[in-house]
Design a protein around this ligand. Sequence first.
Ligand SMILES: [Zn+2]
Length: 332
Amino acid sequence: MRSIDVVVTFPKDCAVKLRARVAAMVAFCASIPAIASSSTNWANVEPQALIAVDDDVTRNISTQGFFDGIRISEYRFSENGYDWHLLRFSRIDDAEGPNWVVPHDDENAAFDAMIAAIKQYGGVGIAVNSGTGSARRQSGWGLCGVRVAPVDSCDPNRNFDARAPLFTQAFVAQFQAGLPVVALHTNGHGFSGDGQGGRGDVTILDREAYGRGQIKARRYGRLAVNAPPELDNADTLALAAFLVKNGGPSENDNTCGLAMSQAGIHFWHEPVGVSDGSLSNYLAINQPDTAYMNAESRTEIDLAVAASRHAFMIATYLNECRTSGNQPAPKP
Ligand SMILES: [Zn+2]
């Protein structure tokens, strides 16, 4: 990039108009790199080249056929004081399918579930790679998503915001219109406040009721009906966001949540007022017509156990919520 200094004298109101034009041109030019880089900066990479780079690839590469039929590309960029490395996965036959996201690198079962889902359903998946250490947050120094002060680590799932356009668009620009976004997470056992050292981020339970010894769904939550034993824990749940200003979940979301809970999955309609920088909040506010489901599976030592819950939640969602109409209208 080159800058040019020019000094010219104009009549005053002409100079004011010119300054406004230049400001508009600068703003226009500034908007171009964010859009261009999200669509063109992905570079193909072989899994072998990622062995010393990403623990998810290292963990799986010796499993026979794990990456067979999968194309990988990567995108590195820096923004707001953080260096990001995203990995994009799709089938070699480019089969269309849902848009998959794994924002937390320490949630290994979610990564494994995503690759299995791409093989089964197609679509594009994006995972954050924090490095070989499989960290939850990216180290750096700067503004992270909606935070107002600089911090020394950034939770990727708090960085979806207009103030992080490169990061946000790297994901959003890959989303195929008319197909749902499915975010995959794992969730710690219990929740802070359960009095038993729980560390999970999210639960289907009402915490106050739990404190009184009652098991009750949190507000806007639906307890699973006859949950199969492998899903019957309060840390495994599916969720979709809705805007508080709309007064409640849409009819389609309600139908979807009801169908999911009746299929044995805890389901929470997450109310969103002001964004917390998560993908669910970002999409609810900025792309409310995009169908979204977040599958949280309780963390397990055996990754396959946790990933099998993701697989069940995905299959149920694609089955039940497609017929319920919880899909944006296909684009012509
Ligand atoms: Zn997560």
